[in-house]
Every structure is written in structure tokens, then in C-alpha cells.
Design a binder for this molecule. Sequence first.
Ligand code: SIN
Ligand code: FE
Length: 288
Amino acid sequence: MISPIVSVSRAGPPPGTPSLVDALEGGAVLMFPDLDFPLSRFEERFVERPFADGKAKNVNIRGPEATLRGAAGTPEEQEALRQVLIRYRRFAETLLAEHLPAYAGKVSFAGTSYRPFEVDQRKLSWRRDDTRLHVDAFPSNPIGEKRILRIFRNINPNGQPRHWRVGEDFPSMAQKFLPRLPGYSPLSARILALLKITKARRSEYDHLMLHLHDALKQDMAYQETAPQADVHFSPGQTWVTFSDLVMHGAMGGQYMLEQTAYLAVADQARPERSPQRLLAQALGRPLR
Ligand code: SIN
Ligand code: FE
């Protein structure tokens, strides 16, 4: 099955839609076509040219102080961009509170990013090439028993969509790739943590997700022939998905905002639908 896109307009989801939490945990992308996130006249410059130092692919704010990283522009412009990101984080919090109240108080908000570059123009190694279908995994930041929930918004001023591909459901993908992945070594995981290559001990789940991410991106036959669908997110649309569960690739578009949030597996409505439990189920044993 290919990941469904579930449109949730102000009028509410279409009749017969299971709860949004159920759809989301089952691997859907929730798409909100008509939420407001206006930019002021001054802020419109941030979608007219990239305010980025060009060293990293994105500009972001991190931590309670919302320190801005990777931005370009005058001090006044950088402060205004920081305020846009702070406002976007609040927008994402409100969206979750209103539409996914089951997660209220359980989600923790991490980085907020401004992605001002055209997707196609990034020249990246295969590992960082997000046009290839993948599930998200963070090499230096073990995720353990947490889920990655992301809230995206296309802020392109010229009508240009954010073009994604979405792929097949996680269990079908895992069934194909799991047999090819190298085994987990608790000893190497401890060494990586001691050497501070990872910020915490890499669990077997983190190990499998990293290798899945790489194996998927390296398999060009899979990239071209696996079940997939094109999705075009128009400017003004906001979409929410578990990016550790939903196979995705970004094919085109420029100017987007993104909020990353974490949710503990145990705080899901149905923890058995997490990639953590789906991988354990596919292997027939708990993960180490
Ligand atoms: C990704 O998460 O793979 C990239 C999403 C995007 O830039 O649209
Ligand atoms: Fe991704």
C-alpha cells in the first residue's frame, strides 16, 4: 500500500475518515489546505531570496533560547527570520493541540527550519540526497524509543509546489530490506558513544534505521520501480507525517518551513504501529 494523503480542511476531515491519530500512526500524510500563517511585508523578503549562509542546507533555531544558525542578512533581518521560526513553532504546536489532542503534553518540540533552497539544485552525496525515497534517521543523534513527527509548510510565493514522492508502507519495505542489513553490535554501539561519535548509545533500532536509510538510497532499482506516488503540496498547504515511518523523497520546490517534534512510542495511541515495534515483529524478537 502507498502512503495515503488525508486532506483535513477547516470543515474537518472527509466523512468516514478514521481518527486523525489513527491515520497518522497508520502511515498517512495529513494535509491541511487552509491554515493561515501570514508573512508581514518585511518578512516577504525571506521568500524572495535565500537568507542562508550557504554552508548548511537549512537555517534553523534550536533549544529554549531559539538560537539562529546558518542565516544570512543584517542583524535586523536575522532577528526577523528568527521570529518567523519562533512563530512557526507556535503554529505547529497549535496545529497539534487542535487536530491531534491525543498527543497534547506528550510531544516535545525540537528544531525548526527554514529551507530556502531549490531542492533540485542541491549537489549532495547519495546519503544526503533526499530526492531518493527514504525514512528519516539521524546518524549522530540516536532516537531510541522516540518517533519523529514533522510539520511542513510550503511558503513559496510564486505558486511553485513542493513536489514529493511517497512510497510503500513500512512493513512491505522492511520485508525487502531487513535481510540485507548488517547485524547489530552492542560493543560497537558503546564505542561510538564513548568516542562521542553518537550523542547517546545507538540502540539496535537506531542501527537498523540508519542502515535501512542507506540501503534504500543506494538501491536505484528500488528507487525507480518500488510502489510510489507523486504528491504536489501547494503554497499555503501544511502537512504532517511521521517521517520515520512514511517513505518520502523531496523532488522539487523552494521555500519551506519545517518543525520537528518527538513523541515516545509508549505515548502513541497504538505503539505496535511504530517502526520500533514493526521491525521487532518482522524479526520475530524484541530489539536490543
Ligand atoms: C526530507 O525530509 O526528506 C526532505 C523534505 C523536504 O525538503 O521537502
Ligand atoms: Fe526525509
